[in-house]
Design a protein around this ligand. Structure first.
Ligand code: PGA
Length: 250
């Protein structure tokens, strides 16, 4: 059985003072719940040091929402995997749909970011997902598998063993529309088949595939009850400790 992972993507919310309070509430609530899940928080860059301090000594982990593909140098405004790792972070989001579709990052850059996270000892949570128009045109499987293939092909099996995948249909993010458990499960199954083709059976059985897109405490149990869904990437509902803690299964 793969251990369930519950991740909170705070996006561009919570300054360092607010973030410290939220992270402490989550760390305390998670400890009290005695849940066996893995919990990871993704605060904004400037909030990360305060969050690392707030979760110190707890089982909660944290990471950045993005990194640059180089480790240092003349890249004004960018933050490297090395800097994130130096804070004690364990994870990084790569290819979130807002990076792809709002900021305009493409597959080639994302593949380099994925490698930068691995090189720096960070676990990438690599996000994929189709637009509404892709789903309506029955192209969802094709688009998502192409995104996985583009970034993961050519990785060594050992490198891929540190990758977490997250399926987040773009039309479900922040819209209140969750994919049905069936739709998510079908997509996860297709992704797992591709992983088997690229890296073999053991890798396919091991890789955690999270679902994200308008997850709420009400929809979480059904999604988590599906054997193909190894965890959740939560946006809006991760901004309040109560709703986030309510999503974490005991
Ligand atoms: P949402 O965001 O839960 O607010 O839809 C999920 C995400 O973007 O990771």
């Amino acid at each position: 059985m793969r251990r369930k992972i519950i991740a909170g993507n705070w996006k561009m919310n919570k300054d360092h003072r607010e973030g410290a309070i939220l992270a402490k509430e989550i760390a305390d609530g998670f400890a009290a719940s005695r849940s066996s899940c893995e919990v990871v928080l993704f605060p904004p860059f400037t909030t990360l040091p305060a969050v690392m301090e707030a979760i110190r000594g707890s089982a909660v982990r944290a990471g950045a929402q993005d990194i640059y593909c180089e480790d240092e140098g003349a890249f004004t405004g960018e933050i490297s995997g090395r800097m994130i790792r130096a804070l004690g972070c364990t994870h990084v989001l790569v290819g979130h749909s807002e990076r792809r579709h709002v900021i305009g990052e493409g597959g080639e850059l994302l593949a380099r970011k994925l490698r930068a996270s691995l090189r720096n000892g960070l676990k990438p949570v690599f996000c994929v997902g189709e637009l509404l128009e892709d789903r309506e045109a029955a192209r969802a499987f094709e688009v998502v598998t192409a995104q996985v293939r583009e970034c993961c092909e050519g990785l060594e099996a050992e490198e891929f063993s540190r990758v977490v995948l997250a399926y987040e249909p773009v039309w479900a993010i922040g819209t209140g529309k969750t994919a049905t458990t069936r739709d998510a499960s079908d997509m996860h199954g297709i992704i797992r088949m591709l992983v088997k083709e690229l890296f073999g059976t053991a890798a396919a059985e091991r890789v955690p595939i999270l679902y994200g897109g308008s997850v709420k405490p009400e929809s979480a149990p059904d999604l988590l009850g599906d054997a193909e869904i190894d965890g959740l990437l939560v946006g809006g509902a991760s901004l309040k400790s109560k709703s986030f803690l309510d999503i974490i299964p005991r």
